[in-house]
Design a protein around this ligand. Structure first.
Ligand code: SF4
Length: 88
């Protein structure tokens, strides 16, 4: 199993990742190719329906300004838009 989430210094795993649905399932769905909406939607659906740590994941992605992948049921691009709106 690959643990993909780390703190800003990229050395220490966040503790909530142990319960993450993506960590249990594995695979590359959470980092789809840029125009692969079907895979991104599949990942987002799992985030929103099967992950007990979605809130922590979303907070982490916003805090660490993730630029790629799917986090907490949103693409990183969507999260960037959320950050821009909340900063305005
Ligand atoms: S919300 Fe999605 S990306 Fe975040 S930990 Fe859960 S399954 Fe993984």
């Amino acid at each position: 199993m690959t643990i993909r989430v780390y703190t800003e210094d990229n050395l220490t795993p966040e503790t909530w990742i142990q319960d993450a649905a993506c960590a249990q399932i594995g695979g590359d769905a959470w980092f789809p190719e840029p125009k692969d909406e079907a895979t991104a939607n599949h990942a987002k659906r799992i985030c929103k329906t099967a992950c007990p740590v979605r809130e922590q994941c979303l907070e982490y992605a916003l805090r660490t300004r993730q630029r790629d992948g799917v986090w907490g049921g949103y693409t990183a691009k969507s999260l960037q838009a959320i950050r821009r709106r909340s900063a305005a």
